[in-house]
Design a protein around this ligand. Structure first.
Ligand code: SF4
Ligand code: SF4
Length: 104
C-alpha cells in the first residue's frame, strides 16, 4: 500500500508533508514532494485529501482487491471529489461534502 506523487503536477505547497502523521513525505532539492519511506505508508489518505493539485495517487493493491487500480482526489471549497480508476481503466467518481464527511 503506498502513494505515488507526480512531480509534474506537484505545486510544491508542502501541505502533504505537514499533514502526513508518519512524516513520510519530504521535499527534495526542487521542492517537489516525494514519499521517502513508501513501505511505511499505511494508507490513511490524509495527504490525498490535502493536496490541492491532484498530484498524489493512492494505489489499490491486490490485498484490498484493487489489483493495481488507483484513486486520487480533487478538492474544491465545499467538497472533495474522489476519482477511482480500476485496473481495467474504468473510472468512477464520488463527491463528498466536507461538512458531512464525518457524519454517520
Ligand atoms: S497515505 Fe497517510 S501515511 Fe501514507 S503518505 Fe499519505 S498521509 Fe502519510
Ligand atoms: S500537497 Fe500536492 S501539490 Fe502540495 S507539495 Fe504535496 S504533492 Fe505537491
Amino acid at each position: 500500500m503506498s502513494i505515488l506523487i507526480d512531480p509534474a503536477k506537484c505545486i510544491s505547497c508542502g501541505r502533504c508533508c505537514n499533514i502526513c502523521p508518519g512524516n513520510l513525505i519530504e521535499t527534495g532539492n526542487t521542492d517537489k514532494a516525494f514519499i521517502k519511506y513508501p513501505t511505511e505508508c499505511w494508507g490513511c489518505t490524509a495527504c490525498l485529501k490535502e493536496c490541492p493539485a491532484g498530484a498524489i495517487k493512492y494505489y489499490l493493491g491486490e490485498d484490498i482487491g484493487g489489483k493495481g487500480g488507483y484513486l486520487y482526489t480533487k478538492s474544491h471549497q465545499d467538497c472533495i471529489n474522489w476519482h477511482i480508476v480500476s485496473s481495467d481503466k474504468k473510472r468512477y467518481h464520488i463527491q463528498i461534502n466536507k461538512q458531512e464527511s464525518n457524519k454517520y
